[in-house]
Design a protein around this ligand. Structure first.
Ligand SMILES: *Cc1c(COP(=O)(O)O)cnc(C)c1O
Length: 361
């Protein structure tokens, strides 16, 4: 069978160096070592050091490892919200963040607009009692991005409130302004091109202090994965539980590869591939980018309207070795979604475009 290339939005194409890192991991018995021993502590330190360099994480921010991004939503709400959270909802993932807060018994407020629309942050009123503002920076379901300058604007206006950012499908491309983001999270099977099963939550001093404060008041902030417990172990380069050692190892290695290549180059390549996709579909007679306004177009998850032809396109591309995502939920049959992560080469992106170009079936 010939090689398949995954332009799916997650899980996705592995970063090209991953197979060789897995072989090294096997050779060095990393799958059998103790998660309390020296070898693991070194792996942990390498991963957190490299991740700090890749994303520009300040030294006073904690890095916590979790099971997934979905878990991170729950941890954020439990550890920073006593009563009131606020949510921007314009797709399935931002909705899940909101639902998590409701399920945890919080008073979750929201501004909800049709899936696929973008927010006008300047005309919006956020209730004074809000403790944490929850933003999905890149809505994977619809390909709408929440510009970083809009997030800075919100923080500027609401200095007293915490800001939590879901960057699952925009990391490591999007440059996070850390003073703005009190909490930031992602999982590794999207932009980092790794096997699924690891979430990362980056917690700033104000968010950590809030969690401590809730804990002191007797509010339940979770058990082994509350921030106090996570911090206690992070200080020792460990986790409370037996973690996904392989994924933590691979994340450190891939971040090392990103740094060797240079984040500027990775970001520039992402811009170039996004431009190639958008330019092509902007002038396509039938298939058009779903997000019309350029400022809100995601560079990393590109969503195209395909009036009723999704199944046809997916089948045709699969025959040619390219696996892509359908639309999400209601858009299943009328959109396709194309990932544009560091694991996707410009050559493969161009080949994919060419196949669509000559698809007259
Ligand atoms: C994929 C995704 C998630 C969920 O990630 P898991 O690792 O499956 O928990 C959350 N938010 C966004 C924006 C996503 O794209």
């Amino acid at each position: 069978m010939s090689r398949k290339i995954f332009f799916t939005v997650g899980p996705t194409q592995l970063y090209p160096t991953v197979p060789s890192h897995i072989r090294t991991a096997l050779r060095e018995s990393i799958l059998s070592i103790s998660h309390r021993g020296k070898q693991f502590l070194d792996i942990y330190k390498n991963t957190t050091d490299n991740l700090r360099a890749v994303l520009g994480i300040p030294p006073d921010y904690f890095i916590f490892f979790l099971a997934s991004a979905t878990e991170a939503m729950e941890r954020v709400i439990q550890n920073t919200v006593q009563h009131h959270s606020f949510h921007f909802i314009n797709g399935a993932f931002s909705k899940r963040f909101y639902t998590t807060a409701v399920q945890l018994g919080k008073n979750a407020n929201k501004t909800e607009i049709p899936h696929g629309s973008s927010f006008d942050v300047k005309s919006l009123v956020i209730p004074q009692e809000t403790e944490c503002i929850c933003v999905t920076q890149n809505e994977t379901a619809t390909g709408v991005t929440f510009p970083i300058e809009d997030i800075c604007y919100l923080k500027q206006k609401h200095k007293d409130k915490l800001v939590a950012l879901d960057i699952v499908s925009s990391a490591p491309f999007t440059k996070i302004d850390f003073p703005t983001a009190d909490l930031t999270f992602f999982s590794v099977q999207k932009g980092f091109g790794l096997p699924a099963g690891l979430g990362v939550l980056i917690v700033g001093p104000k968010a950590f202090a809030k969690s401590k404060n809730l804990h002191k008041k007797g509010i339940i902030t979770g058990s082994y994965h509350n921030f106090l417990s996570l911090e206690e172990y992070a200080r020792k380069d460990q986790l409370p539980e037996t973690p996904n050692v392989l994924d933590i190892y691979l994340l450190g290695k891939v971040c090392g590869d990103f740094l060797d290549k240079g984040m500027d180059i990775i970001r520039r390549e992402t811009e170039d591939k996004a431009a190639a996709f958008y330019d092509y579909f902007d002038s396509h007679p039938k298939y058009k980018p779903a997000v019309r306004e350029e400022r809100f177009r995601s560079k990393t998850t590109i969503v195209i309207d395909t009036p009723g032809e999704t199944a046809k396109i997916i089948t045709y591309l699969a025959k040619n070795g390219f696996i892509i995502s359908s639309g999400y939920g209601l858009f299943k049959e009328n959109q396709i979604r194309l990932a544009n992560f560091p694991s996707h080469s410009i050559e493969d992106a161009k080949r994919l475009i060419n196949i669509v170009k000559y698809m007259h079936v």
